[in-house]
Design a protein around this ligand. Structure first.
Ligand SMILES: [Mg+2]
Length: 300
């Protein structure tokens, strides 16, 4: 089915749309806020959703932010209890390891905040080196296995380098070592109109070279979506509207789990959305603020 423009729905179809879900799960970057500022009207949109009886949750691939940073961002967007209702890869990875009673060390090719989250859940983390040397024969030390490592985690390491990849691949040679990925975004919207390479390209290299498929605990991984559902106390994915700005991560997650999807065109053009070969959202809108005027008359 072709994506439907929410702003072109008749009143009857708008009501049908609103009764098709009970829960709103929303991405954050590019939907609730752009790099620095809240998106106009986003806070109002979620307030209206709550007044229409929907529960509101947030699902982001961004483990890089601290709790304080997330709380400040939700506050600036006028959203209450945003952080309490937020699911990110680092917490999903910690919960996953706990569910396996994991008791070895984790090799982290990740942002410092993911290491902090895993450490706070009691896991021993090893990292680095942050800098390699120039002469390749020095790299032989990164080919030495470390039997204490029981898992390799990739999650948004913007300081990833060749020594870290060597180490990760060395540990992944042992089949019992868990291979876990948080965010695997190939592109990130850093600047309006430009998509920049994300750290997912490096986890792709690790996957290709180790010939192993990671457990994906970030969007668009099905397990991550199901983890977010459990956290939100939701059992039926078909009663969830997932809102995002990225086709691969957000519409992809919706497809994997069975959510309805709404794409906001803050980082994609309508042409890009229409020309995607396999993933199309159910609905689209320019941004969340643009939907506010059609929802307001429905809230007494
Ligand atoms: Mg986004």
């Amino acid at each position: 089915m072709e994506p439907v423009n929410l702003l072109e729905l008749s009143e009857a179809d708008l009501k049908k749309f609103l009764s098709s879900f009970d829960h709103v799960f929303s991405d954050c970057d590019g939907v609730v806020w752009e790099t620095r500022n809240p998106m106009p009207g986003a806070g109002k949109f979620f307030e209206l959703m709550k007044r229409l009886g929907k529960t509101v949750h947030f699902v982001s691939n961004n483990s890089l932010r601290t709790k304080a940073d997330y709380e400040a961002k939700f506050k600036s967007a006028d959203i209450k209890e945003g952080y309490e209702n937020l699911t990110i890869p680092s917490t999903a990875i910690a919960e996953y390891l706990k569910s396996l009673h994991f008791d070895k060390a984790v090799y982290c090719v990740s942002c410092p905040e993911t290491v902090a989250v895993l450490t706070s859940h009691g896991f021993e983390c090893k990292e680095g080196p942050e800098v390699g040397t120039y002469y390749y024969s020095d790299y032989i030390e990164y080919l030495t296995d470390d039997e204490e490592i029981g898992a390799v985690v990739f999650d948004s390491d913007f300081k990833v380098n060749l020594p870290k990849l060597y180490k990760a691949l060395t540990y992944l040679r042992r089949p019992e070592v868990l291979f876990i990925n948080g965010a695997t975004d190939r592109y990130v919207p850093l600047k309006a109109g430009v998509l920049t390479l994300g750290t997912g390209v490096f986890s792709d290299i690790a996957s290709e070279e180790s010939k192993r498929k990671p457990v994906l605990l970030g969007k668009p991984g099905k397990m991550f979506g199901e983890f977010a559902m459990r956290r939100a106390g939701v059992s039926d994915p078909s009663r969830v509207l997932f809102i995002g700005d990225m086709i691969e991560q957000d519409v992809g997650l919706g497809r994997a789990v069975g959510f309805n999807t709404l794409l906001v065109l803050t980082n994609k053009t309508k042409e890009e959305m229409m020309s995607h070969e396999t993933l199309k959202p159910d609905y689209y809108a320019d941004n969340l603020g643009s939907i506010v005027p059609i929802l307001e008359p429905l809230v007494k």
